[in-house]
Design a protein around this ligand. Structure first.
Ligand code: FAD
Ligand code: NAD
Ligand code: NAD
Length: 523
């Protein structure tokens, strides 16, 4: 149970002027944070959340301390670039909930406040529990002495420790070197405080420019354009990026270009093949001078140009950072050093099947957090279960993916005409779960059903179809003629089949036959 002094509700403090989540430290003083714990999780995100679930399921009385430099309890990030924007503010009881596409309301937080125990009570509680020290930063670890040092010097001795520090948004020099009067209009977007602030600002915004063509930029552009529609607001949304089409690093060129058309249909003015070269202030807006000579006026600029893993602890803790993928170097069991693990966005792990990787997606944080948690209790298991990810560009276009999906690899794709049933909205309405990695477990397409059906219509391998023919499909990514990745384009509940195709480790002469396993021609 919470100590009285900690009953600080996670409410958005709104003054007449602005909505903000003020940074707080809970508990307020380091002396209330245990100085010794069996399990220490650094970071308050999804990987930590998943790790404590795994630890508690194997060791019910475990005492777990999370130290997070966020002021909030662990929450999920995916709805922040999607569902939170799709309903008018007036229809929400609590701004930190969101409506799934079938209308049911859900909290962004994984667990309510009273699920957690106070850090002060952790040591004495015979049944253990999970405590979160919020607003506190870990500055250094001594892996040999097994001590983590908080800002201000407070020491926490651990038996097992997890690094789950996630990633921080990158920015661009053209903005970070601009005068403060311009920087006031520019921000990155990563968490609930960013959402609360932006949600407030856009009420008085006429134009917003999103820089970046990846996951975040593309999802936010679609979500904000939809928000403008549902609020009947006159907000112009621009998306500016240097690639020819949206999600160009993932999708094959033709599909990336097709997707850009869809994003434009959502009401976004997409400016591709372009970079911001210079900025200047013009009244209440920033003027963006683009490499193609265009000039855009925006009251608000969101920079979504990728993330850097948070590995600040590495240098003074004697930890190794992988030079290519940039995360804490860990083995297949997710160990960085003895009794010290890393999971989620910040870890560069050894995938027994596909080699060294770092993955920046929700389900990876869940899977790797769980594996690290299991191993902290002594399971000694390697990383074998592939994570998946999904992305939705509004309720009507979405995809799910597994393995290595990199548009620089050769791809083979099979498409079929889509219908209203082939949309993220339809799958969430049916499953009542917006976290789509959870939906996989309940799929009716079990791996046992993987057999080539004889009575399927012939699939056509075609990448130059008329524009309206990319309704749904399966895209195979090949390395040395082996399928190493699969995108299910507006095709849902088939991830178990995709996982099986990757596991099978076969060279296929005819991927049309493999595509039939996904039943994309079924009504
Ligand atoms: P994080 O969630 O970043 O958590 C890291 C935590 O560590 C934070 O609490 C941070 O404050 C804390 N921390 C860092 N350093 C320290 C320190 N020194 N001391 C204490 N605490 C520290 N993925 C998908 O697959 N599908 C999606 O649809 C999707 N949508 C997304 C939408 C948005 C808006 C964003 C931002 C991301 C989205 N992602 C999505 C990516 C996904 O959310 C991340 O991959 C995931 O959050 C990674 O989890 P993590 O626990 O590794 O890191
Ligand atoms: P990203 O890596 O997906 O995209 C980065 C984009 O930044 C590129 O497409 C490019 O347009 C742009 N860029 C990079 N360097 C640039 C430069 N120097 N100048 C101009 N443009 C440049 O990252 P993101 O879209 O910023 O997303 C942030 C994080 O959140 C990522 O980890 C991403 O995986 C995660 N996320 C995932 C999902 C999802 O899985 N559905 C959704 C949202 C966010
Ligand atoms: P699995 O054991 O069926 O398959 C693991 C993969 O690793 C296969 O491709 C297999 O061929 C390969 N493999 C096995 N031993 C290997 C070795 N020694 N060297 C190289 N490769 C090897 O496991 P799975 O179905 O991937 O599930 C793994 C774990 O994840 C299980 O604990 C399971 O309960 C859990 N799980 C999670 C989810 C989810 O979160 N969505 C869903 C299903 C299963």
């Amino acid at each position: 149970k919470l100590q009285p002094e900690e009953k600080t509700k996670q409410e958005v403090k709104t003054s007449k002027k602005s909505a903000k989540i003020a940074p707080v430290k809970i508990p307020a003083t380091a002396s209330e944070i245990p100085s010794s714990v069996p399990y220490l999780l650094i970071g308050g995100g999804t990987a930590s959340f998943s790790a404590f679930r795994a630890i508690k399921s194997l060791d019910a009385k475990a005492k777990v301390l999370i130290v997070s430099n966020e002021s909030l309890l662990p929450y999920m990030r995916p709805p922040l670039s999607k569902e939170v924007w799709f309903v008018p503010d007036s229809e929400k009881k609590d701004p930190l909930t969101f409506q799934q596409w079938n209308g049911s309301e859900k909290s962004l937080f994984y667990e309510p406040e009273d699920f957690y125990i106070s850090p002060k009570a952790l040591d004495e509680n015979p049944n253990g529990g999970v405590a979160v020290a919020r607003g506190w930063k870990v500055e250094r670890i001594d892996p040999y002495k097994k001590i983590a040092y908080l800002e201000g010097g407070h020491e926490i001795k651990y038996e097992k420790c997890l690094l789950a520090t996630g990633a921080k948004p990158k920015t661009l020099d053209v903005f970070s070197k601009a005068p403060a009067s311009i920087q006031k209009h520019v921000s990155t977007f990563r968490g609930i405080p960013d959402y609360v602030e932006l949600n407030d600002i856009i009420k008085e915004t006429e134009s917003i420019a999103i820089i970046g063509g990846g996951f975040l930029g593309s999802e936010m552009a679609c979500a904000l354009a939809r928000r403008a529609k549902v609020e009947n607001a006159n907000i112009k949304v621009y998306q500016i990026f240097k690639e020819p089409g949206n999600m160009h690093k993932i999708l094959p060129e033709y599909l990336s270009l097709w997707t850009t058309g869809k994003v434009a249909n959502e009401g976004v003015e997409v400016i591709s093949n372009s970079e911001v070269q210079d900025v200047k202030l013009e009244g209440k807006a920033v003027s963006l001078m683009l490499s193609d000579g265009k000039q855009i006026l925006a009251n608000k600029v969101i920079v979504a140009v990728g993330v850097d893993p948070n590995t600040d602890l590495a240098e003074n803790s004697g930890l190794e950072v992988e030079p290519h993928c940039g995360g804490y170097l860990v083995n297949a069991e997710l160990e960085a050093r003895s009794n010290l693990y890393a999971a989620g966005d910040c870890s560069c792990f050894y995938d027994v099947k596909f080699g060294r990787r770092r993955v920046e997606h929700h389900d990876h944080a869940v899977i790797s957090g769980r594996l690290a948690g299991e191993n902290m209790v002594g399971a000694g298991k390697p990383y074998l279960h592939q994570s998946m990810f999904w992305s939705d560009l509004g309720p009507d276009v979405g995809f799910e993916a597994i393995g290595i999906v990199d548009s620089s690899l050769p791809t083979v794709a099979v498409f079929a005409k889509g219908s209203d049933k082939d949309s993220p909205k339809a799958v969430v309405a049916e499953s009542n779960d917006n976290i789509r990695s959870n939906v996989e477990a309940n799929s009716q397409y079990k791996p046992s059903s993987v057999s080539t059906s004889q009575n399927q219509p012939a699939a056509s391998k075609d990448q130059t179809l008329p524009p309206d023919e990319y309704g749904k499909g399966v895209i195979f990514y090949l390395r040395d003629n082996m399928v190493v990745g699969i995108v299910l384009w507006n095709v849902f509940r088939r991830m178990t089949v995709a996982r099986q195709v990757l596991k099978d480790d076969k060279k296929y002469d005819d991927l049309n036959e493999v595509a039939k396993l996904f039943h994309i021609f079924d009504e």
